[in-house]
Design a protein around this ligand. Structure first.
Ligand SMILES: Nc1nc2c(ncn2[C@@H]2O[C@H](COP(=O)(O)OP(=O)(O)OP(=O)(O)O)[C@@H](O)[C@H]2O)c(=O)[nH]1
Ligand SMILES: [Mg+2]
Length: 420
């Protein structure tokens, strides 16, 4: 399918139009649509009826013929009437950026929760647009893939609407049940006080690869997550427990971001994104080789803000350093680390940085304390949770959990160290 991409830029726009249209082109490719031409128009605000101005519509019509386009994709979320008016004027299928993103998410969702969340977001998007999409569907014979059955007309639209409403209620109920379960898990983890470290970043920046690099480094490669050179390869949250240097934390890999994510999507994905809000430390993975590094950084910071996660201590991980040309790059005023999954640059340094930032936690350890050190045994028993205590030939054996900050006092008597 060939597409003409159309953007309106205003003076209020945060990102330049070249970046925004490039991103839209990548989104189209991710949905297996080929962008063949880009058109941009500068306006004070998008036209209320047709998004672009009247003259621009003629230009789009000419481009449609010239490039044999099948579809027009607009760079913002359009109102139902803007979509209908442009589709009628141009006599071609029209979709907007939100719809495109929803389609990609729907195709990629791999877990039950992601499936429910994306269905909810899509139904909320469809609700005011259902009649229009129905018309569009009959124009294209189902090419936009929005709806399951065919038919046209007002009554059909009314039936569709009722069906959507029922489904929305049902999805909300199911998600609520899942949330209750998840909250219990989070509570349990808080009780165990295992710190949470979340990988966040622009889509395709290398979050999942970084997760796998760490798993590989601590010899847990069997727990690897899915990595692919495509937008939104990851559409759920994956937690992995990491034990390193006597500390443990939970590493979380989740969805990547793009600019102008549909607001329905962010609302519906609250549960998937909840792990980020609960994180003790955030690793913001950046594709340092991208020419749009600044824009992508800001997109991610904006979403973190929307999630109320912008106060969590974080590290900028300048990933893909192996193919970064600007070797002097740094992020002013923030902690950052150059990194590469490809060359394994700074893997131990990343782990050390994480460990120094996650709050005090406990470790479980096995100690053998000589009988001559009665005082040390006494200290241990006042601070430790004791799983097992046994009087042996050379001293008292303890299987205990102690605060990490006290570990140094006992390190000498750690059975692991004694054996090594
Ligand atoms: N050259 C190079 N490529 C990398 C590096 N890290 C990741 N990649 C590649 O970047 C692409 C995306 O990697 P992922 O780990 O799937 O990225 P992600 O951030 O999880 O992406 P989404 O889940 O889609 O948001 C893959 O093709 C990786 O092989 C790196 O350090 N150097
Ligand atoms: Mg991923």
């Amino acid at each position: 399918m060939n597409a003409i991409l159309v953007a309106v830029t205003t003076t209020f726009d945060k990102y330049d139009v070249e970046y925004s249209l490039d991103e839209l082109a990548n989104l189209a490719l991710a949905a297996e649509i080929k962008p063949v031409f880009k058109i941009a128009q500068k306006l004070n605000s998008p036209n209320a009826k047709t998004y672009v101005g009247k003259g621009k519509l003629t230009e789009i019509a000419i481009a449609i013929t010239a490039y044999k386009a099948d579809i027009v994709i607009f760079n913002d979320e359009l109102t139902p009437s803007q979509l209908r008016n442009t589709a009628t004027e141009l006599n071609i299928n029209c979709i907007d950026r939100s719809y495109l993103i929803l389609q990609i998410f729907e195709k990629r969702a791999a877990t039950k929760q992601a499936n429910l969340e994306i269905k909810l977001a899509k139904n909320l998007y469809l609700l005011p647009r259902i009649a229009f999409l129905r018309e569009q569907e009959s124009r294209s014979g189902g090419a936009t893939g929005a709806l399951s059955s065919k038919g046209a007309g007002e009554t059909q639209a009314e039936l569709d609407r009722r069906h959507l409403m029922a489904e929305i209620n049902h999805l909300r109920k199911e998600l609520k049940n899942m949330q209750a379960m998840k909250e219990q898990q989070i509570l349990k983890r808080q009780k165990n006080a295992i710190p949470i470290v979340a990988l966040v970043g622009y889509t395709n920046a290398g979050k999942s690869s970084t997760m796998n690099t760490i798993l590989n480094y601590i010899a847990k490669e069997d727990k690897a997550v899915y990595v692919k050179d495509q937008l939104f390869a990851t559409l759920a949250t994956y937690n992995r427990q990491i034990n390193y240097d006597k500390k443990e934390f939970i590493l979380v890999d989740t969805i990547g971001f793009v600019s102008k994510l549909p607001h329905n999507l962010i609302n519906s994905f609250q549960q998937t994104l909840a792990e980020i809000k609960n994180a003790d430390y955030i690793i913001h993975v950046v594709d340092s080789s991208s020419k749009y590094i600044n824009e992508q950084l800001n997109v991610v910071l904006d979403v973190l803000k929307a999630l109320n996660a912008n106060q969590i201590p974080s590290l900028f991980l300048l990933n893909k350093w192996d193919k970064t040309i600007d070797n002097n790059m740094h992020i002013l005023g923030y902690e950052s680390l150059t990194f590469s999954n490809k060359t394994q640059l700074h893997v131990p340094e990343l782990l050390d940085t994480i460990l120094t930032h996650i709050g005090p936690s406990t470790i479980r350890t096995k100690l053998l304390i000589p009988y001559s050190l009665g005082k040390l045994s006494h200290i241990l028993e006042t601070i430790a949770y004791i799983y097992q205590k046994e009087y042996q030939n050379y001293g008292t054996y303890y299987d205990v959990e102690i605060p990490i900050k006290d570990y140094a006092k006992f390190q000498k008597y750690d059975l692991d160290n004694l054996i090594n």
